[in-house]
Design a protein around this ligand. Structure first.
Ligand code: GLP
Length: 241
């Protein structure tokens, strides 16, 4: 694994955007695995700027997002569908039909999860997977546990994730208790994985992912077994390494 440390979160965003841009330039029809949360926002801002300047083109690419809450409308202010529209998709020349976000309102969630995995395989697997990391080491919504789950699945969110995500909702009671998340399999099948972590609050999760044994108690630790993974950190997130 490669670890790159930058002074600021803005520099992390620039460097991550350059790596994603290189996929789009070398392979315009790239399959991008995208993430929500505050960590990727500087990356998306840089990608938008590169698209507006004509440096990169989204018109042939396909995207699959990592996760979505279960049971909130797609136009809810906290839905990941809406986040992606506002933070990236509405500002670049991507085709609407090329955008995929897991369906948190499917009548049959297990069938929706299975279909999502199948669609990714059919698309040729993810070329570059962007990830944030939870304070508890989760990636996507793969929460700490006693195993790594391979496929896309419905997750019961942990107390710490509900607390961490309360900042986006009116109150803790409004945070959905479940989400649908890509499993570790599709993430590990990506040709390249880029994990962004910024801020001191992520330092312990980053340390556990990089230095502890590979262990489902820190889901991000599995990335150490990936052949092409880059951790892009600011100084604060790297402070416990
Ligand atoms: C959420 C998302 C993750 C994200 C994590 C960190 O729970 N499901 O994909 O990586 O939070 O979010 P942030 O970047 O806002 O700290």
């Amino acid at each position: 694994m490669e670890i790159r440390v930058f002074d600021t979160a803005e520099q992390v965003g620039q460097a991550t955007a350059v790596l994603i841009a290189s996929h789009l330039i070398n392979k315009p029809e790239s399959v991008l695995g995208l993430a929500t949360g505050s960590s990727p926002i500087p990356t998306y801002q840089n990608l938008i700027a590169m698209n507006k300047s004509g440096a990169i083109d989204f018109s042939k690419c396909v995207t699959y997002n990592l996760d979505e809450y279960v049971g909130i409308p797609v136009d809810h202010e906290c839905s990941y569908h809406r986040f992606m529209d506002e933070e990236l998709f509405n500002h670049v020349n991507i085709r609407r039909e090329a955008i995929h976000v897991p369906d948190g309102n499917a009548a049959d969630m297990d069938a929706a999860a299975k279909a999502y995995d199948e669609a990714i395989v059919e698309a040729g697997n993810i070329d570059v997977q962007l990830l944030g990391i939870g304070h508890n080491g989760h990636i996507g919504f793969n929460e700490p546990g006693d195993k790594f789950v391979y496929g896309c699945h419905v997750v019961n969110l942990t107390k710490s994730t509900i607390e961490a995500n309360t900042r986006f909702f009116d109150s803790e009671a409004d945070v959905p208790r479940q989400a649908i998340s890509l499993g570790i399999g599709s993430i590990m099948n990506a040709k390249q994985v880029l994990l962004i972590a910024t801020g001191e609050g992520k330092a312990e999760a980053v340390r556990a992912a990089v230095q502890d044994d590979v262990n489902p108690a820190c889901q991000a630790s599995i990335l150490r077994t990936h052949p092409n993974v880059v951790f892009l950190l600011d100084k604060a997130a790297a402070s416990k390494l």
